[in-house]
Design a protein around this ligand. Structure first.
Ligand SMILES: [Zn+2]
Ligand SMILES: [Zn+2]
Length: 239
């Protein structure tokens, strides 16, 4: 399976990541990607950049030779209402937004609370991707999540870093298998993301690809396979 985009990557600006934007760009080119997304954490994450960081993306070129760059954020879901840590006046300036739950930003609630938080975040018109809904520390009704994503035209992320043996998230493998089964059942596309915190992992989806082949996941439901799917994600047109 040829994959052309990685929309979940961090730079040193996230506070706990280790490469610069230009190092990430070079790595994406070396991996043969045609699209790279920069998605640093929002300010709710300790060490994360202030809102002004996201307001100034106008100064960043969106093309580096053959590589298209899109500049977004991994906004933190801050409560069970699905509120994010960046205001709409910032979100509207971004090329795209990933919304994710992180232990340092929102305490795990009940399955109903976590699911409500995720669904409400997806209803935010600026959100394009739901990040890593694969963490056993946040019990989720994943069928509800998949159906809401389909209805809202939000991409469900399959996060390669959740499959890392040292990932802080728990239960990645079984939860991703559940997500893949539900997405296949409901014909809901998925977006693979590396969640790179260093340039070396950009474009490396190996662990995810193993699961896709184990489960015979339909290739046409993998958004990363076609560059034109980027517009569907950015414009939230549905899939
Ligand atoms: Zn995250
Ligand atoms: Zn991330």
């Amino acid at each position: 399976m040829k994959l052309c985009m990685d929309l979940h990557t961090h730079t040193i600006s996230s506070g706990h990541a280790y490469s610069t934007l230009h190092e990430n760009i070079a790595a994406a080119k070396a991996e043969g990607l045609s699209i790279l997304g920069m998605s640093d954490h929002g300010p709710g994450m300790p060490g994360g950049p202030d809102a002004i960081y996201f307001r100034n993306f106008k100064c960043i070129p969106r093309r580096y030779g053959e590589l298209r760059l899109v500049c977004g954020a991994e906004a933190n879901i801050m409560d069970y209402e699905g509120r994010l840590d960046l205001e709409d006046s910032v979100l509207e300036k971004l090329d795209y937004v990933i919304a994710s739950m992180h232990i340092l930003c929102v305490a795990p609630g009940t399955m109903a609370e976590n699911t409500a938080a995720s669904v409400r975040a997806m209803r935010n018109p600026f959100v394009r991707i739901l990040g890593h809904p694969d963490d056993s520390r946040y019990p989720l009704n994943r069928e509800e999540i998949v159906l809401a994503a389909k209805e809202e035209g939000v991409a469900i992320e399959i996060n390669n870093a959740s499959l890392h043996p040292k990932s802080a998230r728990k239960g990645g493998r079984e939860n991703i298998l559940e997500l893949l089964a539900l997405c296949a059942k409901h014909r809901t596309p998925v977006l693979l993301g590396t969640d790179s915190h260093i340039c070396d992992t950009i474009g490396h989806f190996e662990e995810t690809l193993k699961l896709l082949s184990e489960t015979d996941f339909p290739e046409e439901l993998v958004l990363n396979t076609r560059p034109e799917n980027l517009e569907r994600i950015l414009e939230r047109k549905g899939f």
